[in-house]
Write a protein of this length. Structure first.
Length: 89
């Protein structure tokens, strides 16, 4: 378990607009840096650059909901590996 105050800066959290604040098509799950949960500003910025009202964000467990594709592309995850190269083909 990671305690918020001791989390490394690379920890990511996910959230989406809460039900009733936007149409279902806009309720994709965005990726945020952990630093936005510590911020006291009204708006929080997603990895894809969208600014959302903190009061409207529903924080989720990873893997829930339909992901925001631009956010996923900008998370800096592990590079895809070639299975052929790993198998020596």
């Amino acid at each position: 378990m990671i305690v918020e105050d001791s989390a490394p800066p690379s920890v990511l959290v996910v959230g989406r607009l809460a039900r009733g604040t936007a149409g279902e098509a806009r309720r994709v799950v965005h990726v945020f840096g952990l630093d936005v949960t510590r911020s006291t500003t009204e708006l929080v910025r997603t990895k894809c650059g969208e600014a959302l009202s903190r009061a409207d964000v529903e924080w989720l467990a990873p893997g829930a909901g339909m992901p925001c594709e631009p956010c996923l592309g900008l998370t800096g995850g592990e590079r895809a590996r070639s299975p052929r190269r790993e198998l020596g083909v």
